[in-house]
Design a protein around this ligand. Structure first.
Ligand code: NAP
Length: 332
């Protein structure tokens, strides 16, 4: 049975997710939500089939969809996901899923009240085969001395910021900024690979509007540190690395995972990755479909949910350590 998919958000990332979802043969796009009929209809022309376009969120959620993919600005995720859960619709929500642990607790309670509904955070890289390659290699290493994960990509929206505009993705009003947008990739990787840190600090370079344009976060584990370097106001071509004692895992990019190598410290450097998929969202789309069709073990689903909640907790603590507040922080 294919899953009836509805989507919120009509930017390029939604198009990419729909293409990935269709490529799995597990989903059928049936409904598009947009704030305007024109934009919704224009977005629909990207796809074959006959999708209904909705501008009323409740009507969209009650139109018979099995699952909604939410790719709106971060600050809208909470209300939209809560409405979906109350309507009995499963949720795939883009990273960063929710603003703070208080929002997460409310979502958790709603899921308990609606036990047939499942929720996934779309952190695409951790579902990729090359991420699993890194996990397996770490298990084989005798010792971990630390890691550095880098993801810095100049955003075209930074041009808008420099032109005096306040683009969503660089605005606290929309629960965005470098950490919530790109920093979440290295953070997800660190928590998936090493668990919750004992302590965490974020040294942010703030923009005039109080959001972070780039920064460095340090996660302190009992025996090592993990450094995360990320930003939207610069490009970086530095590698990401996991350090053993002499040996090192060398990753071209912790979010894109194009190539992973293992250097044994004794003169042997081996490529251990597979060619990266053309569409980096196919593997997550397949994982979510398996979850929604009850093909995952309870453990696999719960592990993904717990990881998402841990990332949310550390994201919030990092943000607090840099003095960055989102509007929803004041609501609790
Ligand atoms: N996984 C990935 O690789 C990846 C990549 C990029 C982004 N993302 C995530 O995807 C989400 C969306 O990011 P984005 O950069 O696409 O955001 P965006 O362009 O700011 O907004 C996405 C969509 O939300 C709607 N929207 C925009 N501004 C709004 C507002 N003020 N009020 C209500 N709706 C509004 C628009 O759809 P309508 O005009 O049709 O309503 C728009 O197409 C974020 O959570 C981001 O972190 C993930």
């Amino acid at each position: 049975m294919t899953l009836k998919l509805g989507i919120i958000g009509t930017n390029w990332i939604t198009k990419m997710f729909i293409e990935a979802a269709i490529a799995t043969d597990q989903y059928e796009l049936v409904a598009i939500y947009s704030r305007t009929e024109e934009k919704g209809q224009e977005f629909a022309t990207n796809f074959a089939g006959d999708q209904a376009v909705w501008t009323d969120l409740d009507a969209f959620l009650q139109s018979g969809i099995d699952v909604v993919y939410i790719a709106s600005p971060n600050s809208l995720h909470f209300e939209q996901a809560a409405s979906a859960i109350k309507s009995g619709v499963n949720v795939i929500v883009e990273k960063s899923a929710f603003d703070n642990p208080e929002q997460y607790e409310k979502i958790h309670s709603l899921l308990q009240e609606n036990p047939s509904v499942k929720l996934f955070e779309a952190a695409r890289h951790i579902y990729q085969d090359n991420f699993k390659v890194i996990e397996e290699k770490i298990k084989q290493m005798d010792h971990i001395s630390g890691a550095t994960f880098v993801y810095e990509k100049y955003s075209s929206r930074f041009d808008d910021y420099l032109a005096g505009k306040n683009p969503n993705v660089l605005s606290r009003e929309f629960s965005a900024g470098a950490l919530a947008d790109l920093g979440v990739y290295p953070l997800y990787a660190a928590i998936k690979l090493f668990g919750l840190p004992e302590n965490q600090y974020y040294f942010a370079t703030l923009l005039d509007n109080g959001a972070d344009g780039r920064g460095t976060a340090i996660l302190r584990y009992p025996n090592f540190d993990v450094t995360l370097i990320f930003g939207k106001s610069t490009n970086s071509y530095e590698l990401s690395e996991v350090h053993g004692r002499r040996d090192t895992i060398v990753i071209d990019n912790i979010a894109e995972l194009g190539e992973v190598k293992y250097d044994d410290g004794q003169g042997n450097l081996t490529v251990i990755s597979q060619p990266a998929p053309k569409n980096p969202m196919v593997q997550e789309a397949m994982f979510f479909a398996n979850g929604l069709q009850d093909n995952l073990t309870t453990n696999e689903y719960e592990e993904a949910a717990i990881l998402s909640q841990k990332v949310n907790l550390v994201l919030t603590k990092l943000r607090q350590s840099a003095g960055i507040k989102f509007p929803s922080d004041q609501e609790y």
